[in-house]
Design a binder for this molecule. Structure first.
Ligand SMILES: [Zn+2]
Ligand SMILES: [Zn+2]
Ligand SMILES: [Zn+2]
Length: 759
């Protein structure tokens, strides 16, 4: 019998052809296996019927650990057998709309890590040791199929030692495109901050030593540069904060090993599994009470982002030191994507760092680290990037059209949806300027190429002035694609509904800012959505509050307090006590109060994030926001140690949860109760109020599912309290598992909202 087998999925760059070769040998079959230009694999089999059946069973059951099979199509062929043996053919350029994709970057595997150590091994100390089961993929590939000449490894022809392993079917590196050794592979070298070579025959361990001394280094990795320094020396971290103009935003750290992490942070089973998984994300872990790392790493937060080494280079950095961990933060200038090019790094980072640890392999596609938090033993994506992108999210339904979605503005991603697969790009960042806009456009085009998608429609945010909206308009015009704009919070809830294949949902969206269907600033919404029509209705929201001074109120939340509290009490004296938190002091306070007294029409917002900011400012947790979500995160850290002492009853008027009385309650008790208890009381009020409203709306509209999404859904106190109320009322409580809950999930939500809608 002769059959042709087409395998679709993540089957290139994961050792699939050598695997097919081995099971063909075992089952005594002739023919070939080859990579196709559409990221799929084609196998031709000739032999006995029973052997072919056994082969197909092995194909499904014994696949390599990193492979994912979406579909196997088998076609019987006519004609006589032609092959005398089984071979791995050269790749073909054949392309169809297959839905296959190359894998994400994969952390160094245990076998390679073991080979890194013994001095007699050829790859002893080789920082980029890899095999078919590990190493970079997405960040080195220019085009399909996944062959060395299509990756940035093309600059490093294999030596005979590596080539022999590459050609040996019994070797772990058989057809491993990233195979390399000290003789033929990429090289690491150390320079000063102006690019002068630092001669050292062990540059990586020397870099570790320099870090221990308190220096700041830029270190080139798989998907971009990290900036690294000590985690225990305040002086070094303070210096890094100074040069990065980043006073508060937490830095991620890379720890020596799991045991070391357990000395400063709490690691549950779910966290340990994630930390050591081949994706090696940054995991947000609760600091231990006696956490000895510098307080400057994650100021005023109860948690810290930790990852484990994921390349040989990272492991070697720790070798010559006893440091528990290093700060390892993405090297990007403010509002720009992570730096990937050596020349550019020297130019952009030269003033920030003391030394560079370079390697000479190019990065084809930049990719930041992923960030995950565990809630209730469940994984919550804060950022889905390295180790996950571009692997698709598999849906239970097929989309009606192929959609490219460009997301919102902050923490953005792009998404391609076709049939039952959604491919979300790596983290793009805040798309506010030309550099990030270009990055978004390139990442989207790369995804289209990698997936051979024929885009029919393009989706973007409703905001008329977002750079992503304008880019979507340009692309729609150039390509003749249908353009659809999707309301921001609806995108969050559509994402959640699709992820769970729920037929309808009352979605609670607690967020920062999103442009509402009425042009106002939304952010604390309850939406009714159905899969049937893929439309939404805003059924309830938080009370509208004045945003005194617009964007200024977002940065300085005492302005929000002034606007809200002035409705009920005179806050002039209190504001004057806090005048140091207004850039123009007393004069600014006078103007704010004057505006409020005159009753000027102001921008109003229903944002949940702004209310949490306002609480944080009353409690003096922080009165200036220097990064997205800062005050709400710090407030949560304090609230964890408190109780609901105020026990405020949710004030619901019609479709609105009032927030004025709650803020007033916090304000009036600010000197009577602890900050921790008041912070907790505010959380309890919002969770109870929103969950009660959601339950009411769900009963009215006969919906069984209540979902929780938006940037503030990463708040564990809100999520836990809501879950309790919703479940005890007999409804399902759904949260994100595969899609980021913040704005990294908006592109996916837009894509499904457009891809599944009828028109
Ligand atoms: Zn390996
Ligand atoms: Zn070699
Ligand atoms: Zn959002």
């Amino acid at each position: 019998m002769r059959v042709k087998v087409n395998v679709k999925g993540i089957v290139q760059g994961v050792g699939f052809r050598p695997f097919a070769y081995r099971i063909a040998m075992k089952n005594n079959l002739k023919g070939y296996v080859k990579n196709r230009g559409d990221a799929g694999v084609e196998i031709l089999l000739e032999g006995q019927d029973g052997n072919i059946t056994a082969f197909l069973a092995d194909l499904k059951q014994k696949k390599p650990p990193l492979a994912q099979i979406y579909e196997i199509n088998t076609t019987k062929l006519q004609g006589k057998n032609e092959h005398v043996n089984f071979t791995i053919h050269r790749s073909s350029k054949e392309v169809e709309h297959s839905g296959s994709v190359i894998p994400p970057d994969i952390a160094i595997c245990p076998e390679c890590l073991q080979e890194l150590r013994p001095p007699q091994d050829r790859r002893h100390d080789y920082f980029f040791i890899t095999c078919t089961n590990c190493g970079p993929r997405y960040t080195i590939i220019d085009q399909l199929p996944y062959d060395r000449e299509n990756t940035t490894m093309r600059d490093f022809p294999t030596c005979s030692f590596c080539h022999n392993q590459y050609a040996d079917p019994l070797d772990r590196r058989f057809h491993a495109q990233t195979v390399a050794c000290p003789a033929c592979g990429p090289k690491a070298y150390l320079t000063t901050n102006d690019g002068k070579p630092v001669r050292n025959k062990d540059p990586i361990r020397e870099a570790g030593r320099l870090l221990r001394e308190g220096n700041i280094l830029a270190i080139k990795g798989y998907g971009g540069f990290h900036v690294a320094t000590s985690t225990i020396k305040d002086k070094s971290i303070a210096r890094l904060r100074g040069v990065k103009h980043r006073s508060q935003k937490p830095f991620a750290i890379m720890a020596r090993n799991l045991e070391t992490i357990e000395t400063f942070a709490e690691v549950g089973e779910a966290e340990a599994e994630l930390l050591t998984s081949y994706a090696r994300p940054i995991v947000l872990l609760n600091k231990k009470d006696d956490c000895y790392l510098s307080k400057l790493i994650a100021p005023d937060l109860h948690n810290v982002g930790v990852m484990l080494p994921y390349t040989g280079l990272h492991y070697m950095l720790f070798d010559g030191t006893d440091e528990p961990a290093f700060v390892m933060t993405s090297a990007n200038p403010p509002n720009q994507p992570i730096v990937t090019d050596n020349e550019e790094a020297l130019k952009i980072l030269g003033n920030t760092v003391d030394y560079f640890l370079f390697h000479n392999r190019q990065i084809a596609h930049r990719c930041d680290d992923s960030v995950i938090r565990i809630h209730n033993e469940r994984k919550v994506f804060i950022r889905r990037s390295r180790g996950y992108a571009p692997a698709p999210i598999i849906l239970k339904r097929r989309a009606k059209r192929c959609v490219l979605a460009l997301g919102g503005e902050l923490n953005n991603t792009a998404c391609i949806l076709f049939e039952n697969k959604a491919f979300i790009s790596q983290h793009i960042g805040d798309v506010e300027n030309i550099e990030t806009r270009d990055f978004l456009e390139n990442a989207a085009k790369h995804l289209i190429r990698l997936t051979n998608s024929k885009v029919e429609a393009i989706a973007c945010d409703l905001h008329p002035k977002f750079a992503t909206t304008r880019l979507a308009q340009d692309l729609a015009e150039q390509n003749g694609w249908q353009l659809s704009q999707v309301q921001h919070h609806y995108a969050h809830i559509a994402a959640l509904m699709t992820e769970h294949n729920a037929k309808d949902m009352i979605g609670i969206c607690c967020d920062g800012y999103g442009y509402g269907s009425d042009g106002e600033a939304w952010g604390g919404e309850i939406l009714l959505c159905t899969q049937d029509s893929f439309r939404f209705r805003r059924v309830a929201h938080l009370e509208k509050q004045p945003l005194v001074g617009g964007d200024l109120a977002t940065r300085y939340p005492l302005r929000i307090d002034a606007g809200v509290l002035s409705k009920e009490v005179n806050v002039e004296d209190w504001l004057l006590e806090n005048k140091q938190h207004f850039p123009h002091g007393e004069q600014e306070i006078k103007i704010v109060l004057h505006q409020l007294r005159k009753g000027n029409r102001m921008v109003e917002t229903t944002s949940c994030g702004r209310i949490l900011d306002a609480v944080a400012a009353i409690l003096g947790v922080s009165c200036e926001r220097t990064y997205e979500g800062e005050l709400a995160m710090k407030l949560e850290s304090i609230a964890r140690k408190g109780r609901d002492v105020l026990k405020l009853k949710p004030l619901i008027k019609g479709d609105t949860l009032e927030t004025t009385q709650m803020l007033l309650g916090i304000f009036e008790n600010r000197n009577k109760c602890s900050r921790e208890d008041l912070a907790h009381s505010a959380h309890a009020y919002l969770a109870k109020g929103l969950a009660t409203l959601a339950v009411e709306k769900a009963s009215e509209s006969n919906v069984k599912n209540i979902g929780f999404s938006g940037g503030a859904a990463c708040n564990e106190i809100l999520a836990t309290n809501m879950r309790g109320i919703v479940k005890s009322a007999g409804f399902q409580f759904l949260v994100h598992e595969a899609i980021p809950l913040g704005d990294g999930g908006v592109s996916f939500g837009q894509a499904v909202a457009v891809g599944f809608s009828k028109s």
